[in-house]
Design a protein around this ligand. Structure first.
Ligand code: ZN
Length: 55
């Protein structure tokens, strides 16, 4: 089985579980890891959560 790899938009490390979020303008979906998601939550109050992505 072939696995697609996604890298965290902020720290550029690949994780098996990623979170799809929208936090900047223009609106754009990006994948981030759990650590970065927690950072985003603090910095951007209007971030949008778009689901969890697993390998
Ligand atoms: Zn990250």
């Amino acid at each position: 089985m072939k696995e697609r790899i996604k890298y965290c938009n902020l720290c550029n490390i690949d994780f098996s579980t990623m979170y799809r979020v929208q936090y900047k303008n223009p609106k754009e979906w990006v994948f981030v890891c759990e650590q970065c998601l927690l950072q985003l939550k603090k910095k951007y109050s209007d971030y949008k959560y778009g689901g969890t992505w697993k390998k």
